[in-house]
Structures are given as structure tokens and as C-alpha cells.
Design a protein around this ligand. Structure first.
Ligand SMILES: *Cc1c(COP(=O)(O)O)cnc(C)c1O
Length: 401
């Protein structure tokens, strides 16, 4: 991958007429180092947020040793890149073949589940094919359903067992696992640390009712990044709240605490250069959109930071909406995105904060989807880990003490 100082120099050097993904390994490493230093437990990377091999290797170099994988393709991908990584299969619904391949061929031992059916499937799939003996090294995690009310994107409807079912499932899983965990996910981009308090309260109720020994609590992902008009409290506040409520749980004295962020580790990793292909009033037609890296901008009206890359634009900022390149009316991003009023066809724009659920969402629909990747060394357009935000965070933590 070529390295450039910033987006403007990429646009000048390449005059690209397809989108270009700009990667910032230093930003991903900084996020990983922050979690390693400050989260009071182990940090897994949730691969679905961005499975780019360069990113996975960069997180490994920054000391992330455990990976939350959710499909056999993710298992194969990470195992191929990192022979020594710990892979944790945290999707609670898997096929028997998938479980068997993960267990026998890729060394996966940690599996999540939210039903008795899944428990039986895991136990059967991991039996020794010769002797029929059950595996004795499974590490099982029961996924609890928790509320997503404090998060921008819900993960509450689909997975997780209810509090009424959890005690029996924990007891059953304990029979098959020397190491038993509880996991949950509060929803993505949780805008307050209280999201985790509520979930840990449920966890406490489930464990107390089940009265089984719990060896690990996995508080999932959901740690926020920063976007226009979505500025969360400092991550230290989340970590402090989680630590406090974790310590009060009725669990083994040496129980581990895990988290599995996707977004917070990689949001700052990528931005993208797009080109304006046409202007119609305050609508800009650009060459990436709803079927590309701007999926969330189109489907959940997410605002991403933008900046024009030409230096001859003189007008003040105007609010624009974007149309993507496909022939589908739904390929529309309402924004608003503020750009100079004299921007026109041919001009380049950098769209920031696309490292999580951005670059990963690109499809080839309608023939649009190619994007070259380059490395840039400048800072991301927004950051939770630099400058003012860091100073505010440390003031805040000091004042909390
Ligand atoms: C998506 C997902 C994550 C990552 O969530 P973020 O909001 O990106 O931190 C973690 N764990 C599980 C089980 C997930 O499905």
C-alpha cells in the first residue's frame, strides 16, 4: 500500500475517478493501546466491524490477541492471518458443520449460545469422531438479552436468552464446560455508560438465580466512537462504571472481564475520498453510497464528517445531501453534509470515520464497489484519543475522583 501525508495529496497525485479508502494504522494502534491500558480486563476485536487483513494484523501488532468472530469465513480469515490468535465464536446461532470446522480445524474453543438447542449442537459437533467422547475443553458463554435503549443501533431483538430462561441454560451449559461465561451486547454506539450498568444488573440477577460458578463476564461491544452531533462521554467513564459493577457480581474470585469492541477500535482507521460527479442544487451526486461505504449514512441517517479537498473553493459552507452512484433512488444520504457553496462536479471530498461498518459494507451492486486502499499519516477527522478530547477526559476523571 502506498503512503501519503493526507487525502488532498492522494487526490492530487492520483486524480481518482473511483473512491479511495484511506487507512490510518497509527489511529487503530492508538485505539488498541488505549483499550489495553485502560480497560480493566481483556479486549477482543469484533472482526465484523472491519475485516480488512491489514487492520487485523495492525491490531495484533498492537497487542490484541483475542478476536470475536461470527462466521466460518471470519474464522478462516483470522486464523489464516494470525496462527496464534485466540478466536472466540460469539454468534449464538451456528451450523453444526461450522462449529465442527472451527473446533477441529481452527482451534476454536470459546463459543456463545442462547438456547438449549445451540448447546446440544455445540456438544454434538465437538465430540471426538473416533471415540464419540464429549469435548472437555469447551469454553461456553451464555448470551443474555439486554436492552439497547441507550444505543444508536439496537442489538436487542435478535439474540440473547431472557432472564427467565437464563438460569436453567447457565446450569445446563455448566455441565459441559469447565469455564463458563456470560456475555451480552448493549447495542452499537452506546451513548452513556449506564447502558452497561443495566446489563450488568441483569447479569447479576441471572447468575444469582442460577447459582453456578461463573468464570468470565463479557460486556460485549457498543463502546462509542465520535461523529458529528454524536459526542459521547469519555471511554474512561464507561470503563470505571463497568469495573465497579463487575466487582459486585457473585462470580469466581478469579473471574475474567472481557469486552469485544468493534467500532471503538476501528472507526478512526479509515476515511474515503469520493468525487462529485454532478451537482443539482443542494444535492451532490458522488461515486460511493448506500451500497458502498456509506451504508449507515443512507440506512440509519448517520452523519459522517466531510471536507472538500480542493483549495480553490471560496464560498461559505452550505448543507448538501448526497446521491450515490447506483441507479436506485434509495441510494441517497440525507446528511446534511456541510461543504463549500461553490463545490462542483469533478471536485473531491474526504468523508471521515468510515473505519467501522463503513469500508466493510461495500458491495459490487450495479458495478460500483471498487476502491483502492492507501495509507495516510495525518490524523483522523475526529478522534476520541487525541488532543482536546483526551484533555477533557482526563480533567473529567480527575474531577470524578
Ligand atoms: C457487532 C458485535 C460486536 C461489536 O459491536 P460494536 O458496537 O462495533 O462495538 C461485539 N460483539 C458482538 C457479539 C457483536 O455482534
Amino acid at each position: 500500500m502506498h503512503t501519503f501525508p493526507d487525502a488532498a495529496s492522494v487526490a492530487r497525485a492520483l486524480s481518482p475517478d473511483e473512491p479511495i479508502i484511506l487507512n490510518r494504522p497509527h489511529a487503530a494502534k492508538r485505539a488498541a493501546a488505549f483499550f489495553k491500558e485502560n480497560f480493566p480486563g481483556k479486549t477482543l476485536y469484533a472482526v465484523k466491524a472491519n475485516p480488512a487483513p491489514d487492520l487485523i494484523e495492525c491490531l495484533w501488532d498492537a497487542g490484541i490477541t483475542h478476536y470475536d468472530v461470527a462466521s466460518i469465513a471470519e474464522v478462516r480469515l483470522v486464523r489464516g492471518l494470525l496462527p496464534n490468535a485466540q478466536l472466540c465464536f460469539m454468534h449464538p446461532i451456528k451450523t453444526r458443520k461450522t462449529i465442527a470446522e472451527a473446533y477441529f480445524e481452527h482451534g476454536v474453543r470459546t463459543f456463545s449460545l442462547d438456547s438449549h438447542e445451540e448447546l446440544a449442537k455445540i456438544v454434538e459437533a465437538c465430540r471426538d469422531p473416533e471415540t464419540g467422547e464429549a469435548a472437555t475443553d469447551l469454553r461456553l458463554c451464555v448470551r443474555l438479552r439486554v436492552s439497547s435503549e441507550y444505543s444508536e443501533l439496537s442489538l436487542a431483538a435478535k439474540f440473547g436468552c431472557d432472564l427467565t430462561e437464563a438460569p436453567a441454560l447457565l446450569q445446563a451449559a455448566r455441565q459441559h464446560s469447565d469455564w463458563l461465561g456470560v456475555c451480552f451486547h448493549v447495542g452499537s454506539q452506546a451513548m452513556t455508560p449506564f447502558a452497561f450498568v443495566q446489563a450488568l444488573d441483569r447479569t447479576r440477577a441471572a447468575i444469582a438465580e442460577a447459582s453456578v460458578v461463573i468464570d468470565m463476564i463479557d460486556v460485549g461491544g457498543g463502546f462509542p466512537s465520535i461523529y458529528p452531533e454524536m459526542e459521547p462521554p469519555p471511554l474512561e467513564d464507561y470503563f470505571a462504571m463497568i469495573a465497579k459493577h463487575f466487582e459486585a457480581l457473585p462470580i469466581a474470585y478469579n473471574a475474567e472481564l472481557w469486552c469485544e469492541p468493534g467500532r471503538a477500535l476501528c472507526a478512526e482507521y479509515s476515511s474515503m475520498i469520493v468525487q462529485v460527479t454532478k451537482r443539482r442544487g443542494d444535492e451532490l451526486y458522488i461515486n460511493d453510497g448506500a451500497y458502498g461505504a456509506l451504508y449507515d449514512a443512507a440506512h440509519v441517517n448517520w452523519r459522517f464528517p466531510v471536507r472538500a479537498l480542493e483549495d480553490d473553493l471560496r464560498d461559505g459552507l452550505v448543507d448538501f445531501a448526497f446521491y450515490g452512484p447506483t441507479c436506485d433512488d434509495a441510494d441517497y444520504m440525507a446528511g446534511p453534509f456541510s461543504l463549500p457553496g461553490d463545490i462542483q462536479a469533478g471536485d473531491y471530498i474526504e468523508i471521515g470515520m468510515l473505519g467501522a461498518y463503513g469500508a466493510a459494507m461495500k458491495t459490487g451492486f450495479n458495478g460500483f464497489g471498487d476502491a483502492e486502499c492507501v495509507i495516510v499519516t495525518d490524523e483522523p477527522m475526529m478522534s476520541l484519543f487525541t488532543g482536546d478530547r483526551r484533555r477533557e477526559a482526563s480533567d473529567n476523571v480527575v474531577s470524578l475522583r
